[in-house]
Design a protein around this ligand. Sequence first.
Ligand code: PBG
Length: 332
Amino acid sequence: MQPTFAPFPATRLRRLRRTPAIRALVQETTLSPADFIWPVFVRDGEGVVEPIHSMPGVNRLSVDKVAEAAVEAQALGIPAICLFPYTDPALKTEDCAEAWNPENLSNRATRAIKAAAPDIAVMTDVALDPYNINGHDGFVEGGEIVNDRTVEALVKQALSQADAGADIIGPSDMMDGRIGALRGALEGAGHQNVLLLSYAAKYASAFYGPFRDAVGASGALKGDKKTYQQDPGNSDEAMRLIARDLAEGADMIMVKPGMPYLDICRRAHEMFGAPTFAYQVSGEYAMIAGAGERGWVDGEKVMMESLVSFKRAGCDGVLTYFAPAAARLLNG
Ligand code: PBG
């Protein structure tokens, strides 16, 4: 689009910025609580609200408290909650069997949310890292993160989540062929309405640090995730990954992390037009919340500015730990 206008002074672009009313009229991008997916951390116990040191304002919640959070989210107009379990280290094994235990934390939390706040969409995470003794998203054999055997396990994990009532399944593992395998298995099991929100363009990022603390995977992780997550220097590869996942049956796609990758969001939205989400990840949250807490930036204003940037970049919505705080501000 070529901007056309008469030369100054016939055109004075500041006229459009003069008053709050005029600015509101010409605002191009707006935010609403309906743009948010709220990621929450689940732990065992009852009545537990346990602060996460590296994510000020974010807590690990026991299942009953997650259900309360879902009721709160529903009242705020947040359409979806995404569950991440903090798994007891004693349940982490090499075969990751806890991942498809119908009674695991994630599945219990899904059922509790469905009972307490039936209108909220529940999103669950498919990857083996919360259950894996070595912290990786896939099985490790001889130092290698193996693909195909991992995909078979991811299918079992996803089916147990769908059985528990998950509406949206979010494969965050970056294995090849998992979207097709998951879609086929869901169809075969009568879960044809379960959505797949693929973490299609997921980078090997240092911004995940606080999350790994939150789910207790930091200590466990051996090595890095560079053989399955993307190189931060790559953009064309992200488009190939998204095209592949859409072709295999993904309903929606995600770019992750968010703010350092807004160019990828914009490109993905323009190239595919599929529902596009960004994940404003734990490290992004920590930087804003931490600096806000110290008074180095105005935390609320930076939060809202960061969130609108995702919409402006073409995203339909954003996974953000700020969801309840931002929704409260937006609701006045
Ligand atoms: C792992 C997973 C990660 C996040 C979501 N799912 C971390 C990783 O890949 O190591 C990160 C989310 C965040 O940082 O907020 N399957």
